[in-house]
Design a protein around this ligand. Structure first.
Ligand code: HEM
Length: 193
């Protein structure tokens, strides 16, 4: 298994089974493939209108980049809706997370937009009065959580790896030092309150 596929698997396995994307979620998404695809222009437009309306997220983009970004998101949406939502898909999501790290996109921005997509599907499926609006919304909520978990885990893992490559600090040592620092900070916060 490639390193990136391993990172994706690690993230998904850390999620309690009750919270993961289930076979019935994939099935309900597959049953609504055509409807979901018909929402492509709207989801893409709403996604980028949201990012461009907020100065910290707008600042990530280069002048004139939006048309290219719209195309990549369109590709992501199509691949997500058409499936399969398998190991290859989540390994790709871990890689997409890294592409964003290179551009300075922070985890809160990624998580917020994963949630934006879930909320978009919920609103649209209820507006369209789809008989399966609730299961479809839940499927996208679970999918967004899984995508967010993979992306943020990839970010953590590669930061540790970068530190190892740059400064020779073993990931296990970084982990231990982080826990110790967090403990000290927590004690300080408790003393203050
Ligand atoms: C659910 C959240 C998101 C998804 C699914 C997503 C999806 C994608 C995909 C599939 C690509 C193409 C990756 C590749 O070339 O292999 C991409 C590129 C990019 N995205 Fe996102 N994106 C998300 C959130 C964001 C956010 C929050 C920002 C900025 C605030 C952003 C900015 C960019 C930029 C600048 C690139 C181009 C990277 C490069 O090639 O230099 N994305 N995105």
């Amino acid at each position: 298994m490639t390193k990136i596929a391993e990172i994706a698997r690690e993230a998904l396995e850390q999620m309690p089974p009750e919270t993961r994307l289930r076979p019935e979620d994939k099935e309900v998404i597959a049953r609504h493939k055509d409807t979901l695809l018909s929402w492509t222009p709207e989801v893409v437009q709403a996604f980028y209108d949201t990012l461009f309306a907020h100065p910290p997220t707008k600042a990530i983009f280069r002048e004139g980049e939006r048309p290219d970004r719209e195309k990549t998101l369109e590709g992501w949406w199509r691949r997500t809706v058409e499936g399969p939502l398998d190991e290859t898909y989540f390994a790709w999501m871990a890689k997409v997370g890294l592409v964003h790290v290179v551009r300075g996109v922070e985890n809160p921005m990624m998580l917020a937009m994963a949630s934006f997509v879930a909320e978009f599907v919920e609103r649209k499926s209820h507006e369209a009065k789809l008989p399966e609006a609730d299961p479809l919304s839940e499927a996208f909520y679970r999918l967004s959580m899984a995508v967010g978990a993979v992306i943020t885990h990839g970010y953590d893992r590669y930061r540790a790896l970068a530190l190892y490559n740059v400064a020779g600090m073993e990931p296990a040592l970084l982990e231990r030092l982080t826990v110790e620092e967090a403990r000290a900070l927590l004690e300080e916060l408790r003393r203050e309150s």
